[in-house]
Design a protein around this ligand. Structure first.
Ligand SMILES: Cc1cc2nc3c(=O)[nH]c(=O)nc-3n(C[C@H](O)[C@H](O)[C@H](O)COP(=O)(O)OP(=O)(O)OC[C@H]3O[C@@H](n4cnc5c(N)ncnc54)[C@H](O)[C@@H]3O)c2cc1C
Length: 417
């Protein structure tokens, strides 16, 4: 079968890889000059099943009120203009805040995240791909005892779904990651997820694209998709700046841009962009830069050691499809990075970056079939696209190949909305 994958972020590239492995003829269409140059470029680097708790949960509304009007808040809304799709998304987000809904969404996210982590590990073992990966786990740290208490409850739920997590006091946190020693007295405790990982998503995507190309996948880079053509319940072609392309099956993996291309087909995908920022700086004193990936949960900041660089990422700005760097926002991330690891990196040389996370109201991606029979979804991965890319790609490749996926699909598809 010939399959066109639309988008060469980490998600589309992983799908192309697994489709080629399944024996299909695969072409990838991407507007940028290479793979992984948009949201997959400089993210937090974490393979974090431990972040399965959705944004919509019972604690978020009081926090949103507290953060209102604060430019340094972890989450900022700038929905000044009237866009019915944005407000419909907001209502669905609210509907997913009760504890019962959050527990359902945590299970769904964990299902795909744990599967994806296994797929990534298998892929790495099979290919020997190197992308500055670290496998010492992810440690969540807390200053506020109340936040630590809430996190322990969430951790129990995740443990019940098969994710190993252990609780630690401040001294144990420093024993796990000695680079935390300067802030030891501030810590109320931490939660370690030993089997989570970290690595450079862009390096991974670029190198996987090279491997995929070597086994016959065609990457049409520098090719903007202008529109999708539909006749009845089938997609008949893709209109690009370089002409029309056709295939037997199509995978929509355009990240935050998926809903914009799907809307003219009559498909309403509840995905909105949430802009996040990262700063990356050269490591100066290796012993002061962590090798365990760290999450500062109260500030919603993650930190990963990528070779001789330290990457700190976080914050969310709901401000439409504007990828511009807002200096006040990335400086918030930089200040937090300095506060966490003051002598770990040369922060005066930090490079800022911004990317648009494709976020669904329940934080679960959109995977699988659509009412258009030969169009498949692999999008809406939000804060966990790097974590879930391999499992999502394998699952979609299995579905297109007529094979039973290795995990249950219920609750992961468009039919839940
Ligand atoms: C600050 C930040 C930190 C993050 N940290 C983490 C983390 O630690 N762990 C984690 O798992 N996830 C993290 N994420 C989320 C993760 O980066 C995303 O979920 C993931 O990159 C989404 O991948 P994607 O392939 O769906 O989208 P993208 O990488 O955006 O890929 C979509 C591709 O489609 C192309 N495209 C779009 N429109 C068109 C068009 N019209 N024609 C042709 N091509 C088009 C784009 O050029 C792009 O290459 C973070 C995100 C941000 C912003």
């Amino acid at each position: 079968m010939k399959v066109l994958v639309l988008g060469a972020g980490v998600v589309g590239t992983a799908a192309a890889w697994y489709l080629a492995e399944a024996g299909h003829t695969v072409e990838v269409v991407e507007r940028r000059e290479g793979a992984g140059l948009e949201t997959s470029f400089a993210n937090g680097g974490q393979i974090s099943a431990c972040h399965a708790e959705p944004w919509a949960n019972p604690t978020v509304l009081p926090k949103l009120l507290k953060w209102l009007g604060r430019e340094d808040a972890p989450l900022v809304f700038r929905w000044g203009r009237w866009d019915p799709a944005l407000w419909a998304w907001g209502l669905r987000f609210l509907a997913n805040c009760p504890a019962g809904r959050a527990a359902v969404n945590t299970e769904r996210t964990l299902r795909i995240a744990l599967y994806s982590r296994r797929c990534l590990q298998d892929l790495r073992a099979a290919t020997g791909l190197d992308y500055d990966q670290r496998t010492r786990g992810i440690l969540h740290v807390y200053r506020d005892p109340a936040e630590f208490g809430h996190a322990r409850t969430a951790a129990r739920l995740m443990r019940a779904h098969g994710l190993e997590r252990s609780e630690h006091d401040s001294a144990q946190c420093v024993a796990i990651e000695p680079a935390l020693a300067p802030i030891r007295d501030q810590l109320a405790g931490g939660i370690l997820t030993p089997d989570d990982e970290s690595g450079d998503a862009h390096k991974f995507t670029r190198r996987l694209a090279e491997r995929a190309a070597a086994r016959g996948v065609t990457f049409r880079t520098g090719t903007a998709i202008l529109g999708l053509e539909r006749e009845g319940d089938r997609l008949t072609g893709v209109v690009t700046a370089a002409g029309r392309l056709t295939a037997d099956a199509y995978v929509l993996a355009l990240g935050s841009y998926s809903p914009l291309l799907a809307r003219p087909l009559g498909l309403r995908l509840p995905v909105v962009p949430a802009k996040g920022y990262s700063v990356t700086a050269p490591v100066t004193v290796p012993a002061s830069a962590p090798t365990v990936s760290i999450t500062d949960d109260e500030h919603k900041i993650v930190c990963s050691r990528l070779g001789d660089r330290l990457r700190v990422a976080g914050t969310a700005e709901m401000a439409g499809w504007d990828p511009a760097l807002n200096e006040r926002r990335w400086r918030v991330v930089l200040d937090r990075a300095r506060a966490l690891f003051p002598s770990g990196a040369d922060w005066s040389r930090a490079e800022p970056w911004a990317g648009l996370r494709p976020v669904t109201p329940d934080s679960v991606p959109l995977l699988g079939p659509t009412p258009i029979r030969n169009l498949w979804l692999d999008t809406g991965h939000g804060t966990l696209g790097w974590t879930m890319a391999c499992g999502s790609g394998k699952l979609v490749a299995d579905l297109i190949s007529g094979r039973k996926p290795e995990i249950a699909l219920d609750g992961l598809g468009l039919d839940r909305f």
